[in-house]
Design a protein around this ligand. Structure first.
Ligand SMILES: Cc1cc2nc3c(=O)[nH]c(=O)nc-3n(C[C@H](O)[C@H](O)[C@H](O)COP(=O)(O)O)c2cc1C
Length: 142
């Protein structure tokens, strides 16, 4: 069974046009070898990332990511085993929250509500909401 992690972090760069494509390039280069999949969502100030894969492969990557100075204040909202990956075969999907049907505010409010709730159903909805952002232009940086 794959392990699924979801965390948020405060983005620290002032050059997102350069840094986000670079993060996606690294992820898409490294993750396939480790069988990791996921999606990275950028709100304009916060990263939200889902990482999925075998438990022993997630920890080392999370350690590397945690040391990356392009973000800070990592908060793991979800760490669980799942039957099925939410991100399919995306080596690292990418989404902007503007694409949420409720727009940026709708996404942030719903996310705050769901993470406060914290029940399995709420967390499932949060994961699905994230995955939906990446579904169309998933392989590209917007
Ligand atoms: C928000 C965020 C998410 C990241 N996600 C990944 C990831 O999924 N996989 C990965 O290999 N690197 C990821 N990185 C980059 C790593 O921190 C690190 O820079 C990279 O793994 C170094 O790869 P390299 O040794 O191949 O250059 C992420 C960085 C940030 C800031």
């Amino acid at each position: 069974m794959p392990r699924q992690i979801l965390y948020t972090s405060r983005a620290m760069s002032n050059r997102f046009d350069r840094d986000i494509p670079e993060i996606l390039r690294c992820s898409r280069r490294n993750n396939p070898e480790l069988g990791l999949t996921g999606i990275l969502v950028f709100t304009g100030s916060t990263f939200i990332q889902i990482l999925e894969g075998s438990p022993e492969h997630i920890d080392p990557v999370l350690d590397i990511i945690s040391g990356d100075t392009r973000h800070a204040d990592i908060r793991v909202l979800l760490d669980r085993m799942v039957e099925k990956r939410a991100c399919g075969d995306w080596t690292m999907g990418f989404g902007l929250i503007d694409r949420h049907p409720g727009g940026r505010i709708g996404f942030l409010e719903r996310m705050a509500h769901l993470s406060r709730d914290g029940s399995p159903a709420a967390l499932d909805e949060l994961v699905a909401m994230m995955a939906a952002l990446g579904s169309e232009r998933v392989r590209e940086y917007a």
